[in-house]
Ligand binder design. Structure first.
Ligand code: 13P
Ligand code: SF4
Length: 304
């Protein structure tokens, strides 16, 4: 049996031989995050960095929609995902047909879709957003009403900050973040006095209301690095705290967390095999390529 060190060494060698880079989301385990990854970050950073790489092959240590976004921005590169089943409950919650029906119901209202969607859904939308730029994207449109899909909680959390725009949404939820409750936060404050609580905006609004700060995975990570709280709890996926804790040894981490089963499908073994066998290649159907790419590029043009 290959040890973890064998797998890491093999991956480093394979990356050189195939001119590959590994992009890893903040929810990847430390053994991936801190060893073989070239670029780590939130969905927005991974999309931005995907544009700048001059590698021939991109391996996405993340979920399928992230690999698809990388492919949209790099049509001529080979984009691999180590396990095709690494999906996302938000991406599964809406189809292009749903969007067509919404457009009929709300003619002229721009459609902003979360990047946690399929290429088909992106192609049916006007512009994408992530949790890191949702406010800026919505403000950039300069309209009184938008459809923000499919994450109901993200939309409600943004609505609270931007009351001047009416935000219509959908009933999609992240299966990981929807499990947190306001009571979890109250219990944590009681058990860990003085704890600073940071929540991902995919959490229900009642949870975000009880937190000290809400932001994307990168925003939470930056908050800890810059403000250096003595004690912190990140209300999000489990590996996030492990990764941020490694970079901030002076902060005590309370680790309430829920696992994302999709993110956890990726491991060193299947990253190694992805590079050995050039599998599994992420292909975006030709007719979706231009319209889906346009929605992502419009998002990247918005500065926040
Ligand atoms: P971020 O864009 O904040 O990294 O979030 C992605 C995600 O899947 C959160 O569940
Ligand atoms: Fe999707 Fe939630 Fe997993 Fe993120 S944590 S990939 S939103 S299911």
């Amino acid at each position: 049996w290959a040890t973890m060190e064998d797998d890491v060494q093999a991956i480093l060698d394979l990356k050189r031989e195939t001119n590959a880079v590994i992009l890893a989301h903040n929810y990847q385990t430390p053994e991936i995050f801190h060893t073989v990854s070239d670029i780590v970050g939130d969905s927005l950073a991974l999309a931005r960095e995907a544009v700048t790489t001059d590698a021939d092959v991109i391996v996405m240590a993340g979920v399928h929609f992230m690999a698809e976004t990388a492919k949209l921005l790099n049509p001529d590169k080979t984009v691999l995902i180590p396990d095709m089943r690494a999906g996302c409950s938000l991406a599964d919650s809406i189809t292009a047909e749903d969007i067509a029906l919404l457009r009929q119901k709300y003619p002229g209202v721009p459609v902003v879709t979360y990047v946690n969607t399929s290429a088909e859904v992106k192609a049916a939308s006007d512009i994408c957003c992530t949790s890191g730029n949702a406010h800026a994207v919505i403000r950039s449109l300069g309209v009184p009403r938008v459809l923000m899909l499919p994450d109901e909680y993200l939309a409600q959390n943004v609505q609270r900050d931007i009351p001047e725009v009416e935000i219509l949404t959908w009933a999609g939820h992240c299966e990981v973040h929807e499990q947190f409750t306001p009571q979890d936060i109250r219990d944590m404050r009681e058990a860990y006095p003085g704890v600073t609580i940071l929540a991902h905006p995919e959490c229900p609004p009642e949870v975000v209301a009880e937190a000290d700060y809400a932001g994307s995975t990168a925003n939470m990570s930056d908050f800890v690095a810059n403000k250096k709280p003595a004690r912190v709890a990140l209300i999000t996926e489990c590996s996030m705290s492990d990764n941020v804790a490694a970079a901030n040894p002076e902060t005590e981490f309370v680790k309430p967390c829920n696992l994302c089963p999709h993110m956890k499908r990726i491991n060193l073994k299947n990253i190694r095999s992805a590079l050995e066998n050039m599998e599994h290649e992420v292909i975006v159907p030709k007719h979706l390529m231009a319209p889906a790419r346009r929605a992502v590029e419009r998002m990247l043009e918005v500065r926040n």
